[in-house]
Design a protein around this ligand. Structure first.
Ligand code: ATP
Ligand code: MG
Length: 474
């Protein structure tokens, strides 16, 4: 097969020319070739040459001009040119052999064939020649094109060898299946089930990259089910596996919270590409096993699972090497608040309850509503419709209250400094108490969050506390 006409990017001509000048046999390889044949968009391009990838990269950089940024990773024998949004990766063809007792491969220079042998899947081992004699010709030693047609993820060598050499490939197999909506070849899948325990030698940093790609795929439940059935999920994310199963007592059973969570994740994925909103869906019921109780009258309950889930989030994020700053706090907040809009529906919707939710959710309130809608997994269409209408009502009410009271980005109009000056106070507890009481009064609708009303309220409170006004601020 010749793909000359499909190598549209001018960079291929440039690399081919440099390869000729340097006398280096060179190919496009891996993900770019796969995606080209799948007609999938892909920005980054990997080049492999028989010889030094670094030498080739330096010469290509010179030829491209414009002084594009070049990074050289001497230890790995690779180099990368940043061409705007695009990353051009250069590597010398190599042969890898693995020693059972060591995690690091022995790497030697090799031929194109050696290099293709060390790649993870048949569809990732495709190469296109950039050499003058056969420019554009596809080199496909493992029938990768056939597997692309059959939508199959399959290792080029015996699965156990491939997975034992680098156990991360088990995660990658499932990641590609989920991203591309491919099946995993039966022997390959069996290899994963057999070798799953080897995943423990892989760093959490490498694992989370693949897990996040599964989460960002169009239907993440597919990847999670593969992780679950192969046994990998229990090793990397046991808390999620704990959600699986149904208990029954006296004919009362609860839903399977694992499959429910996956459904919520799929639902939310239809409405957002935000990674951490998807993570909030994964985490929203994580504390259900820990809070599960049986009550003879009402059946199964999970009281407090939202708070407990929020408290579990940092530990899980730390272990999975997810970020612990703003993104984690965002997930925590959504987990903690995920029942609140439902509670609003149940009671008569009061302004003050709406103000409190707006205050706590702040700018994440839309995302919270997206999560709540995704959380509806009932199969009863009437119920679903009623729930959605209720949420619409809650949102209408939120808009009304927000327009009136501007609670979302609540900034107190009375500062601690003002309180100190008015009553001649030193920093201390009284100031915090007054500020808190002012905030409560605003949220309860006793006063508006504007200077006049808040100021008068402060003076009144000072009097109650026996403080004297030493300075008037209005
Ligand atoms: P994408 O970049 O879209 O996620 P990709 O296939 O380009 O997919 P990369 O991680 O960028 O994936 O790797 C580029 C190529 O390097 C792969 O196509 C594959 O040939 C090879 N490769 C990457 N990681 C491994 C690995 N762990 N074992 C074997 N080969 C690998
Ligand atoms: Mg890539």
């Amino acid at each position: 097969m010749n793909l000359k006409d499909q190598l549209q990017d001018s960079v291929f001509q440039t690399v081919a020319q440099v390869a000729k000048e340097q006398g280096l046999e060179t190919y496009v390889v891996g993900g770019y070739v796969r995606d080209l044949l799948l007609k999938r968009e892909s920005k980054d391009i990997d080049f492999v040459c028989v010889g030094s990838g670094i030498t080739l990269a330096k010469a290509v950089q010179k030829k491209l001009g414009r002084n594009l940024p070049l990074s050289v990773f001497k230890n790995f024998g690779t180099a990368m040119i940043k061409n705007g949004e695009q990353e051009l990766e250069f590597v010398g063809a190599r042969k890898e052999s693995y020693d059972r007792n060591s995690r690091k491969p022995v790497v030697e220079d090799g031929t194109l064939e050696d290099d293709q042998n060390r790649r993870d899947f048949t569809i990732n081992a495709l190469a296109i020649s950039l050499n003058e004699a056969d420019y554009g010709e596809l080199v496909d030693p493992f029938d990768g094109v056939q597997d692309l047609k059959e939508k199959l993820i399959k290792t080029p060598l015996a699965p156990e060898t491939t997975f034992s050499d680098d156990p991360l490939r088990m995660m990658r197999a499932i990641r590609f299946a989920s991203q591309l909506n491919f099946d995993i070849d039966a022997d390959t899948y069996e290899g994963i089930s057999k070798m799953k325990d080897r995943i423990s030698i892989v760093s959490a940093e490498r694992i989370i990259v693949e897990l996040n790609k599964i989460i960002l795929s169009k239907k993440p439940s597919y990847g999670f089910k593969l992780l679950f059935h192969s046994g990998l999920l229990k090793i990397i994310f046991p808390e999620l596996v704990k959600l699986q199963g149904v208990d029954s007592i006296d004919d009362k059973s609860h839903k399977d919270n694992f499959y429910h969570t996956l459904q919520v994740l799929d639902n939310i994925s239809e409405n957002t590409d935000k990674l951490y909103l998807r993570w909030a869906a994964i985490m929203h019921d994580i504390a259900k096993p820990a809070t599960k109780r049986f009550n003879k009258k009402v059946g199964w309950t999970f009281h407090g699972h939202e708070d407990k889930g929020a408290r579990m989030t940092p530990k899980i994020f730390r272990r999975l090497k997810l970020p612990l700053g703003e993104s984690m706090r965002y997930v925590q907040k959504l987990v903690r608040l995920h029942l609140r809009p439902i509670a609003l529906v149940k009671d008569e919707i009061t302004d003050s309850a709406v103000r409190r939710l707006l205050f706590e959710a702040g700018d994440d309130v839309e995302d919270l509503m997206t999560l709540c809608r995704a959380d509806i997994t009932s199969k009863n269409n009437h119920k679903v419709k009623r729930f959605l209408q209720n949420f619409n009502k809650v949102e209408r009410k939120m808009r009304e209250v927000e327009e009136k009271d501007k609670i979302r980005n609540f900034q107190p109009v009375i500062t601690g400094q003002m309180i100190m000056e008015t009553f001649d106070l030193k920093p201390g507890r009284t100031i915090g108490d007054i500020k808190e009481a002012l905030k409560e009064a605003v949220l309860d609708g006793v006063i508006k969050n504007e200077f006049e009303e808040a100021y008068n309220y402060m003076i009144e409170m000072g009097r109650e506390k026996g403080l004297t006004v030493v300075k008037t601020l209005k």
